[in-house]
Design a protein around this ligand. Structure first.
Ligand SMILES: Cc1cc2nc3c(=O)[nH]c(=O)nc-3n(C[C@H](O)[C@H](O)[C@H](O)COP(=O)(O)OP(=O)(O)OC[C@H]3O[C@@H](n4cnc5c(N)ncnc54)[C@H](O)[C@@H]3O)c2cc1C
Length: 478
């Protein structure tokens, strides 16, 4: 499904270019040669100045959060000050990865990416899709779910979220058109800015939800250009420093096969000043900038062009906003959040969107299935999770405050802390482990006594989610 590239090319309009290997384990020679060479692009002192990135990035997540007070530029001035490293490495990275300039980019966010690369070198890889996601991922997944009786509805939109102030729970999802969906638990996987205006009025003053209402958003523009010839042989990403077209990729060979030439996907960022431009002006700008960096682009003819403007694309990673993002578990016991903007390690990415829905992160949704089989309800789990999750320490306090406000103080039950050896290794509570095994046994599965509970949970996640969906009656996305 994926192909790996493990390097990044950097270009500058009318300036030098460079190739850096991005993973010393998978591309040792490219990484070493890239670090030692490319001196006309990044001088030895500028390269050395990047080393301070490693020190704070090695800090544990909880300490990294302190850097959410600073922008990348503020932090960089304190840490090093190499203007060349800022302009040729950090700024293009900020613009490319989250479509935001370094002056508006929380240092915590940047260091978070460096942190994940440091602690997971085997998993920190750059790649792309072999084929379009619709045909390679979504269609097979939908077919798999449908075979198991799941109803998927598209072209329906959530209009309103019902809230019962007496029970303190979500009472239903109302679709545009008036239909109400009723369920045991409700999962909102909408973008934050779509969810925010739908937050029920009685919840809006509560800190957890007030923070969501307060999250800033940023726009994005992407441009697809089809050329009459091949303009690059690279399948990986090319970053362009000194340009607001900070990254492009030729997708004609793997993702969207196109025999006539290159099919370049370009990000325009920061997009704010260009949002009012018409498509032709944006394409002309992109061609001029990329053409200055890559003469083959300047020489080629564009045979087709598509400009996509996203007025809201992501939470703008301003200092403060990153740590204000909510956990997937909310103070409302039957309401859960998912999406790339919720609290997990890979903000604003497909990795993060998936992480928010995995058992390890979107704990309650998946674990409640494991715990309760088809009833898909996990009240104790939700409250204990908020109180105990090592990944949600900051939200813990918030969640506890809110529960106290609601007169439902979280009491760590006697169950917390009792861990079986397997469960301990996997970070699961003893009773979660036991219930997962029991659930699988009820499904007729023989579970090896020595099996790793977390692996079991991961392996079975998709299936378990499939089992849960009929009970959720979730809203399909258009
Ligand atoms: C141009 C561009 C390039 C990107 N490149 C990369 C990349 O290279 N790598 C990477 O990892 N990430 C990339 N991303 C980011 C990635 O696409 C997002 O992080 C990811 O799609 C977020 O997933 P999500 O499920 O949280 O949100 P979304 O994918 O936004 O899903 C939210 C869904 O909610 C639906 N919806 C909206 N309103 C309603 C409503 N009222 N009722 C029902 N449904 C509704 C929407 O239609 C949508 O399907 C890119 C994003 C853009 C815009």
């Amino acid at each position: 499904m994926l192909y790996w590239t493990d390097d990044l090319r950097f270009e500058t309009p009318a300036g030098p270019s460079a190739l850096f290997g991005t993973n010393p384990l998978y591309a040792p020679l490219r990484t070493l040669l890239g670090a030692l060479g490319n001196n006309d692009y990044l001088g030895p002192l500028a390269k050395l100045s990047l080393l301070p990135l490693l020190a704070p990035a090695a800090l544990p997540e909880a300490l990294l959060r302190r850097f959410d007070r600073l922008t990348v530029v503020d932090w960089w001035r304190r840490a090093s000050g190499s203007q060349q490293a800022l302009e040729r490495a950090l700024r293009p990275f900020c613009r490319a990865i989250q479509f935001t300039d370094a002056e508006q980019f929380s240092a915590y966010n940047l260091l978070g990416w460096a942190h994940q690369t440091l602690i997971r070198p085997l998993r920190a890889r750059l790649g792309g899709y072999r084929g379009a996601r619709d045909s390679e991922i979504f269609a097979p997944l939908a077919a798999w779910l449908k075979q198991r009786g799941v109803e998927i509805r598209t072209k329906v939109a959530l209009d309103e979220i019902g809230y019962d102030a007496q029970t303190g729970e979500i009472s239903g999802f109302k679709l545009v058109g008036g239909e109400w969906l009723k369920s045991d638990i409700y999962v909102v996987a909408l973008p934050a800015w779509v969810f925010a205006p739908k937050i029920p009025t009685p919840l809006r003053d509560r800190p957890f939800f007030a923070d969501i209402l307060d999250l800033p958003t940023a726009p994005a523009i992407s441009v697809q250009l089809w050329f009459d010839r091949v303009v690059t042989r690279r399948d990986g990403f090319t970053m362009v420093a000194g340009s607001n077209c900070p990254v492009y990729q030729d997708q004609s060979r793997y993702t969207y096969p196109y025999a006539q030439g290159s099919r370049i996907s370009v990000i325009v960022s920061p997009a704010d000043p260009l949002m009012a431009w018409d498509d032709a002006a944006i394409v002309a700008h992109v061609r001029a900038d990329l053409g200055a960096a890559n003469p083959r682009i300047a020489a080629a003819k564009v045979v087709k062009q598509v400009v996509l403007k996203h007025e809201h694309h992501l939470i703008r990673p301003l200092p403060g906003a990153m740590t204000r993002r909510p956990s997937q578990v909310t103070p409302v016991e039957n309401l859960f959040l998912a999406g790339d903007w919720t609290q997990q390690e890979f903000f604003g990415s497909q990795e993060g969107r998936s992480a928010a829905a995995t058992p390890a992160r979107g704990r309650c949704s998946a674990r409640s299935i494991a715990d309760y089989g088809h009833s898909a309800r996990c009240r104790g789990c939700a409250s204990v999770r908020v109180a105990r999750s090592p990944l949600q320490r900051v939200d813990d306090r918030q969640g506890q405050i809110e529960r106290r406000e609601a007169g439902r103080e979280v009491a760590a039950t006697g169950r917390v802390g009792r861990r079986a050896p397997v469960a301990k290794r996997a970070g699961l509570r003893h009773d979660h482990d036991r219930r997962l095994r029991r659930h699988l046994a009820q499904q007729g599965e023989r579970v090896d006594a020595g099996a790793d509970a977390q692996r079991l949970l991961d392996d079975r996640q998709a299936e378990l989610v499939g089992a849960m969906v009929p009970h959720l009656r979730g809203v399909g996305t258009p």
